[in-house]
Write a protein that binds this ligand. Structure first.
Ligand code: FMN
Length: 140
């Protein structure tokens, strides 16, 4: 059984809702799933999982959340080469630039992206929730 970690940061709950759907999709597809907030996860834990979903909303000016998520994610970057991962997150008024930048960073790190990154405007609607389920399935 493949082991999947879902690691997220969420200020107002939108990305958290996405994380729950990612976990649901991965479980449904047969994976053993663990869900962590950014402060509960670290780079050493990367080795314990076959695949990792990272979720973070657009914060700052089209950036990852800088206090908790970005430092944790930066420390995991050295473990991304060849690793099966997928990215998701919610945004507000922007055009998804933060996710394009983040996805490119992961490609540059040599990550094996299991599917297209999933973004949604504010609270995930039914379609976005389904996309999150599919992201989870792709990682399982
Ligand atoms: C401090 C702050 C900065 C933000 N910066 C952006 C931004 O640059 N671009 C954007 O599209 N949305 C931005 N947003 C909106 C959030 O990404 C959006 O509300 C998202 O749904 C929050 O997700 P969460 O509920 O998981 O925290 C920002 C929100 C906050 C509070």
């Amino acid at each position: 059984m493949s082991k999947v970690a879902v690691v997220y940061w969420s200020g107002t709950g939108n990305t958290e809702m996405m994380a729950q759907k990612v976990a649901e999709g991965a479980k449904e597809a047969g994976a053993e799933v663990s869900v962590f907030t950014a402060t509960e996860f670290n780079s050493q834990m990367m080795d314990d999982y076959d695949a990792v979903a990272f979720g973070c909303p657009s914060m700052g000016a089209e950036e990852l959340e800088e206090d908790e998520f970005e430092p944790m994610f930066s420390s995991c970057e050295s473990k991304l080469s060849g690793k099966k991962i997928a990215l998701f997150g919610s945004y507000g008024w922007g055009d998804g630039e933060w996710m394009d930048t983040w996805t490119q960073t992961c490609k540059d790190d040599g990550a094996n992206l299991a599917c297209d990154s999933v973004i949604c405007n504010e609270e995930p609607d039914e379609e976005a929730q389904e996309s999150c389920m599919n992201l989870g399935r792709a990682l399982a």
